[in-house]
Design a protein around this ligand. Structure first.
Ligand code: CXF
Ligand code: ZN
Length: 378
């Protein structure tokens, strides 16, 4: 370990929105108090990286190091870090778990009050950057993780120690996408055995919801998408029925689902990020106990439109599920155990693996819809 010295290493820097990443040498400052410096083993590409990589406004958050789904080894720790030590294998998460606030102490919430989630360009505790280029220019962080670099600095509230025995190219998926989808069924919705589940959007998050629903013992898992090719893949994730929303004619998706389920689905998950789809999901959730869980990210300021009648007279619920409602420091290790016990399948999510120098290929595969998860090895 280099202790409290700056490290010079390679990073895939995004200089301008939407432009290919450039692998360059950067300087990574030592961790500040309560921070840890991590050597990234591997990272995978999540759709949120694409969303923010493309984003032209608000301006001023470039150059930036993206990546937030990863696993690594602690290289050094800052002052007052007792939870992890040099050599520990850790999973960084964009959600914090301070373990001390009202939310972290409650089993009902994963929304840390002391370190709330935001898309800040800096670290959570200081709001500053640990990255500079060789000209001394600041490079910004992303989602408190920034994993497209050989070394990164993450606050101790954003790292979870895990069993180093788990293969890193599987464990990294628990850093964002798979935990979000599986957590949404297990932690947010609490899907019971025998339930009927409807999933809007069969990308990685929708498929992780299907995996979670299968684990929870749902008996019907209905996948809704515009791309019929996705159904073949979805079958491997436990999806039992498919609705192509493009070929329904005059019927709306919700009408189709209500007919298929004799009154509506018990749990509806929106995994696309479009307000109109949340409304469709809400409409086809069953009266009395139907729950709609919002996972997709719409434009900031997007409003949801549904009737107060449906809430009051029909007893329906809508809820969000950031990181699947999972608490990083306790739930991520549980999911690691589920993988080891062969209860949770992770292998099928990894469709591609590339070396760090081919990181732009991982972007292209996801943009073209060819990959679910592409692991990038450092
Ligand atoms: C997302 C969650 C919602 C806001 C943007 C980031 N997380 C990870 O992909
Ligand atoms: Zn993500």
């Amino acid at each position: 370990a280099t202790g409290l010295q700056p490290i010079r290493c390679r990073a895939a820097v995004c200089r301008k929105p939407g432009e290919p990443l450039v692998i360059e040498e950067i300087i990574v400052a030592p961790p500040m108090p309560r921070e840890v410096r991590i050597r990234i083993i591997c990272t995978s590409l999540c759709h949120s990286d694409l969303t923010f990589w493309k984003l032209k406004d608000p301006p001023g958050i470039f150059p930036r190091i993206f990546g937030h789904e990863a696993i690594g080894v602690v290289e050094s720790v800052g002052k007052d870090v007792h939870e992890v030590k040099e050599g520990d294998t850790v999973i960084p998460t964009f959600m914090a778990d301070c373990g001390e606030c009202k939310d972290c102490l409650s089993n009902k919430s994963n929304l840390c009050t002391n370190f709330p989630f935001s898309v800040s360009p800096g670290t959570p505790r200081y709001g500053t950057s640990r990255f500079t280029d060789l000209n001394g220019e600041v490079i910004h962080h992303f989602l408190f993780v920034s994993s497209f670099t050989e070394y990164t600095v993450v606050d101790v509230v954003n790292v979870t120690k895990v069993d180093p025995a788990i293969p890193p190219n599987r464990a990294c998926l628990l850093s964002c996408g798979v935990t979000t989808g599986v957590g949404a069924t297990w932690r947010t919705a609490n899907v019971e055995k025998g339930s009927t589940v409807a999933i809007f959007g069969l990308g990685s998050i929708g498929l992780a919801v299907a995996e979670g629903a299968r684990i929870c013992g749902a008996s019907r898992i209905i996948g809704i998408d515009i791309n019929p090719e996705r159904f073949e893949t979805a079958k491997k994730f436990g999806v039992t029925e498919f609705v192509n929303s493009r070929t329904l004619g005059d019927k709306s998706v919700s009408q189709a689902i209500i007919e298929m389920t004799d009154g509506g689905a018990d749990y509806c998950f929106e995994c696309v990020g479009r307000a109109s789809l949340v409304e469709e999901a809400f409409t086809c959730s069953r009266q009395g106990w139907g729950k709609t869980i919002v996972l997709g990210v719409d434009q900031p300021g997007a409003l949801l439109n549904f009737s107060s009648f449906d809430v009051l007279h029909r007893g329906k619920t809508v809820t969000g599920s950031l990181f699947g409602g999972a608490k990083p420091k306790s739930d991520v290790p549980t999911l690691v155990n589920w993988y080891t016990d062969k209860k949770l399948e992770l292998d099928k999510f990894v469709t591609h693996e590339v070396g760090f120098e081919d990181i732009n290929e991982a972007f292209n595969l996801l943009i073209e819809g060819k990959s679910l998860r592409c692991v990038i090895w450092m």
